[in-house]
Design a protein around this ligand. Structure first.
Ligand code: SF4
Length: 426
């Protein structure tokens, strides 16, 4: 066994966590542009990359034929180092043309990718240079969506971590505020905003915002609640700016959403009775919606390949709210602190695999023959061909799944492949 293949066991809160290193089969961080561009509605994401990058982002998002698109690719061809100055000039030309043609763009992200010719370009400097040219009109940032060291959700983390340092400074004597960090579909954001209002929290901001001109303030009186479990770098940057993390489970399912809201409510001194009164009706709706799917899913086994970093909260939801059996829970990266509340809720016997050695995982999956496998697109087809029902983990990012009113939809995402397979077998 090579060092790369080595598997180590460590305890974390009396739980077995196995580390795997080996071949990976994941999408790159460019994919997150698909949900980020829908969220920040006056931003444009310009991928600086190759034809492969352009192809990936278009097939992930679907080709936009109706509206003016809000992402695109500046294709960089193979060039030697002597051609770098031209590359910078070309990039400036592309950006100038884009921003002249599209006055609606108020924020521009230059997104780095992994082809070697792009790595030679210093996009941070390009963003600074162009920011000076467009000062007062367009804010320009750069971040990496490269596939070399990211999972596809880390693209959101690097994007928000690039924005976090420029969030306005909250005044020292500002009232305490809550910042919800992580992209949520607008419909989910509206539901949470309403619930926070009803429990008496007035000073609530969402990051990223829908409008790039409304970046939330941050300071020592900011408490932030993560809406997504893959925002390590963003959280670190916010903490460096004085903000405090509210430990909580993630708002998936009835239980996760209640735990998440309760953590915020307690931080701000909202009495439990007030919270319970506000959430009683949506909680009940979530329970009812779940019970229909639970009847079909309970007792079924589920296997998570490491892909989105949502695996631990999803495993908690599947096992505790749908009574599914966890065959294996893999995650590309496990942030012990951000996932502490989730790990507390998972049965102690559940082994978590951190990292990936895809061949070994495929072997274990074939042996376990789970009723449902949650995995990346690349693994789904071969596993389906072997008779296993699969769910693409990327769908869990493209679909609104957080909050009470989406709990049933989340369960349905798990139930659908099993229903389809049952129909095929009839
Ligand atoms: S960034 Fe790298 S991994 Fe992603 S599409 Fe471009 S070439 Fe492929």
């Amino acid at each position: 066994m090579s060092i790369e293949d080595a598997v180590a066991d460590t305890g974390c809160q009396d739980r077995q966590i196995r580390h795997e290193r080996g071949q990976r089969a994941v999408f790159c961080g460019l994919t997150s542009i698909v949900w980020l561009h829908r969220k920040i509605q006056d931003a444009f994401f310009l991928v600086v990359g190759s034809r492969t990058c352009a192809h990936l982002i278009q097939s992930a998002a679907g080709v936009m034929i109706f509206a003016e698109p809000r992402f695109g690719t500046a294709i960089i061809e193979e060039r030697d180092l002597a051609g770098l100055a031209d590359m910078n000039e070309e990039l400036d030309r592309v950006v100038n043309r884009l921003l002249e043609r599209r006055p609606d763009i108020k924020m521009l992200f230059l997104v780095a990718s992994c082809p070697s010719e792009v790595i030679k370009l210093d996009l941070d400097r390009a963003a600074q240079r162009l920011s000076a040219d467009f000062a007062g009109r367009v804010s320009i940032f750069s971040y990496s969506g490269s596939g070399l060291d990211t999972t596809f959700t880390q693209g959101e983390d690097t994007c928000l971590a690039a924005l976090a340092p420029v969030l306005p400074e909250a005044k020292r004597d500002a009232a305490r505020s809550l910042m919800v960090v992580g992209t949520l579909a607008d419909v989910v954001e509206d539901q949470f905003a309403r619930l926070f209002r009803e429990i008496g929290l007035e000073n609530v901001h969402f990051f990223p915002p829908r409008d790039s001109q409304h970046l939330p303030p941050v300071g020592e009186n900011t408490h932030f609640l993560l809406a997504q479990p893959f925002l390590t770098e963003t959280a670190r940057t916010l903490q460096r700016r004085g903000a405090r993390h509210i430990p909580a489970p993630f708002p998936l399912g009835e239980e996760g959403t209640t735990g998440w809201l309760r953590a915020a409510a307690r931080t701000f001194g909202v009495p439990d009775e007030r919270l319970e009164a506000v959430i009683a009706a949506p909680r009940e709706r979530a329970r009812r919606a779940l019970s229909a799917h639970k009847a079909k899913l309970e007792g079924k086994s589920i296997f998570f390949f490491p892909d989105s970093q949502l695996e631990v909260p999803l495993a908690r939801f599947a096992s505790r709210e749908l009574d599914m059996t966890l065959a294996e829970v893999g995650t590309p990266y496990l942030h012990r602190q951000h996932l502490a509340a989730e790990l507390d809720l998972l049965h102690k016997d559940v082994i978590i695999y951190e990292g990936q050695d895809v061949e070994h995982q495929l072997d274990r999956c074939r042996e376990a023959r789970p009723d449902l496998t949650v995995c990346g697109l690349g693994l789904a087809n071969p596993l389906e061909a072997e008779g296993l029902a699969t769910k693409w983990s990327i769908e869990l990012l493209f679909t609104p799944i957080q909050g009470y009113d989406q709990a049933g939809d989340l369960a349905e995402l798990f139930a659908r492949p099993l229903n389809r397979r049952a129909r095929l077998e009839v």
